[in-house]
Design a protein around this ligand. Structure first.
Ligand code: DAH
Length: 345
């Protein structure tokens, strides 16, 4: 037996080992080139040696056999590796159709907007309509028709920014929602039942409970035979509707130029239900706003017959109410626009 047969056997054994030992398809291709593909592969070299052999037929058969065995080994290993690659990609790219969908985070209304709308709903439920007025207002509506004559000291409590437009000091950022009362009464005769929520402005320094921009809601009822009792009952009804029957209201005498008599009203502290706590300074009550019977001077300014009609009005801060409801210690938190804060509500 010539060396050729030993070499062929060696190529067969080593080639099969290389094929079965290949860990990747790339490694298998490399081994395939080394052992089987082309003239310079191990099998290719043997093929060129056949012509020098004495028994060419036997040499040819031996090489053919070895080549077939190698091809089978490479084919088998290729199939194994391809199956493994596919299995790995199935695991890697698996889509679990039973997983719940990815929730996207929806926004929600700002707490002040929400309470604003809840207040509207309560009063609409009591038969009121929602009215609006401009944020840039005339002195007439903000002060004069509301019985704040020029130079009246009550104006000083509501200092604001004046806008350079028209007559000097006649156009301003409204300091309260009360001018909407005047606009509505100028535009229509009684019966009038309106609420007017909106943004108001004052030259106040920012602190925990004051902001130069805030929100109020105004109420106005004008009809025949309206009394102070109707005012008290309406406030009580609104407080119950919003906070439940355990929350009461109370009234203290006060002064506003556009109401006579005037009151300030408070409600039971929602945190301690009247027992006294830090939020209500141990009084059991929290201040809400001002109210009173529409002053006859206001009726005169808008052309409503004060002999025939009477009315009540009230107004209070929405931001203040939100602070109370949610225990927001500094009003600035409401307007910083920090989602981490707002997300809580
Ligand atoms: N406009 C007043 C303020 O901002 C609040 C107020 C008091 C409104 C009495 C009223 C009222 O309608 O009758 O201080």
């Amino acid at each position: 037996m010539s060396q050729f047969f030993d070499d062929t056997e060696a190529v067969r054994v080593e080639g099969i080992r290389a094929a079965l030992g290949a860990e990747t398809i790339d490694a298998l291709d490399t081994a395939f080139r080394a052992y089987l593909k082309g003239k310079s592969s191990r099998a290719g070299e043997l093929k060129q040696r056949i012509k020098h052999e004495l028994d060419r037929a036997a040499a040819g058969r031996a090489l053919d056999e070895a080549t077939k065995a190698l091809e089978a080994a490479f084919a088998e290993r290729r199939a194994q590796l391809e199956t493994a690659v596919q299995a790995a990609s199935l695991v890697r790219d698996r889509v679990d159709l039973t997983l719940p969908g990815r929730d996207y985070r929806r926004g929600h209304l700002h707490p002040v907007t929400r309470i604003w709308r809840e207040l509207e709903d309560v009063f609409v439920g009591l038969g009121y309509k929602v009215a609006e007025g401009p944020e840039v207002e005339l002195d007439w509506y903000n002060f004069e028709a509301l019985n704040f004559p020029p130079g009246h000291p009550a104006r000083a409590m509501q200092d604001t920014l004046y806008v350079r437009l028209g007559e000097p000091e006649q156009v301003l950022l409204r300091t309260h929602t009360s001018p909407v009362q005047v606009r509505v009464m100028e535009a229509q005769q009684p019966p009038i039942y309106i609420v007017a929520p909106g943004r108001v402005f004052r030259r106040d320094t920012l602190d925990a409970r004051h902001s130069p921009v805030f929100h109020q809601i105004e109420g106005l009822a004008v009809d025949e035979g309206i009394t102070l009792g109707d005012l008290l009952g309406t406030i009580e009804a609104f407080v119950h509707a919003l906070f439940g029957p355990s929350i009461a209201s109370r009234f203290l005498p006060s002064f506003f130029p556009f109401t006579e008599p005037s009151v300030e009203f408070a409600m039971t502290c929602v945190f301690c239900e009247g027992a006294g706590c830090g939020v209500c300074s141990k009084t059991g009550w929290v201040e809400l706003g001002g109210a009173g019977m529409v002053d006859p001077n206001v009726f005169a300014a808008v052309g409503i017959d004060a002999e025939r009609y009477t009315g009540f009005a009230f107004g209070f801060g929405i931001d203040r109410l939100v602070q109370l409801l949610y225990g927001v210690d500094h009003v600035k938190n409401l307007w910083d626009g920090d989602v981490r804060f707002l997300r809580q509500f």
